[in-house]
Design a protein around this ligand. Structure first.
Ligand code: ZN
Length: 257
């Protein structure tokens, strides 16, 4: 929660950071999932994006200095999952770190035999628990074109998941979602994906979702916003729960287009 004084300050700063309507429309027009929003939703998205620009810090990394034209698309995409649930969803992080392209990151993994593997790999994004959201801008620009890839939604889904601890695919649920419904539906969908992959079948969604229940939730969130037709077709139960979680129905937006 933030206090009254800080809210006032943030609101005034957001007024100053409010993107020009034509500039914001151009950002939204370049992405299918943002272009689907109606006028009223677009107006609220612009205000939320200004609040994100005012309330979060944006730092460059790897020698890159982000400008307004880099931060604005990040804020616009980041505002989408928060459109109905509000920015409290992002209360546990304060900073976006932007690389121009994919970046190297250390990893440590324990395999099924208990062996620890350490190394470096290339990442498009990262979300740290109570830490920053790290993004490759090249991947931000590849996001939101209707093929289920959306690095901003992915990392922010992890931050939402972090609100109640680990990124384990079980974020804080609104009252209208029953705990048992969420666990049963997501577990069954996760197991279905693993079985498809074990049988060497073409997975219906990005196989990265099979890494863990936390990654499944983040990838399902990407499809929910960016390729809702696919998610609702292959995992209607997951689609229904994400619609209740985010308070949005991108399929209805598609139909009304
Ligand atoms: Zn992830």
């Amino acid at each position: 929660m933030i206090g009254w004084f800080r809210r006032q300050l943030l609101s005034r700063k957001a007024d100053e950071m409010m993107p020009d309507a034509a500039e914001f429309d151009a950002v939204c027009g370049a992405s299918r999932c943002l272009a689907l929003l109606d006028r009223e939703e677009r107006r609220r998205l612009r205000r939320l994006a200004a609040m994100i620009l005012a309330g979060k810090q944006f730092h460059g990394a790897g020698g890159f200095q982000p400008g307004w034209e880099h931060c604005l698309p990040v804020a616009a995409h980041a505002a989408l999952p928060a459109l109905e649930i509000g920015l409290e969803a992002y209360s546990q992080f304060h900073t976006f770190i932007l690389y121009e392209d994919e970046f190297e990151s250390d990893f440590e993994e324990i395999d099924d035999a208990g062996v620890v593997h350490r190394g470096r790999d290339l990442r498009a994004g990262e979300a740290w628990h109570r830490g920053p959201v790290v993004l490759s801008l090249a991947d931000v620009h590849q996001s939101g074109h209707g093929d289920g890839y959306h690095v901003v939604v992915h990392e922010l889904a992890h931050q939402l998941d972090h609100l109640n601890g680990d990124a384990d695919g079980y974020p804080p649920l609104p009252r209208q979602i029953a705990h048992r419904d969420w666990v049963d539906t997501f577990s069954a969908a996760y197991r279905r994906l693993i079985r498809e992959m074990d049988r060497d079948e073409e997975p219906a969604i990005d196989p990265y979702a099979a890494e863990s229940p936390g990654e499944f939730f983040a990838v399902a969130s990407e499809y929910f916003f960016d390729w809702p037709e696919r998610l609702s077709e292959v995992e209607p139960g997951v689609y229904r729960l994400l619609a209740a979680l985010y308070g949005q129905d991108p399929l209805v937006r598609l139909r009304n287009r």
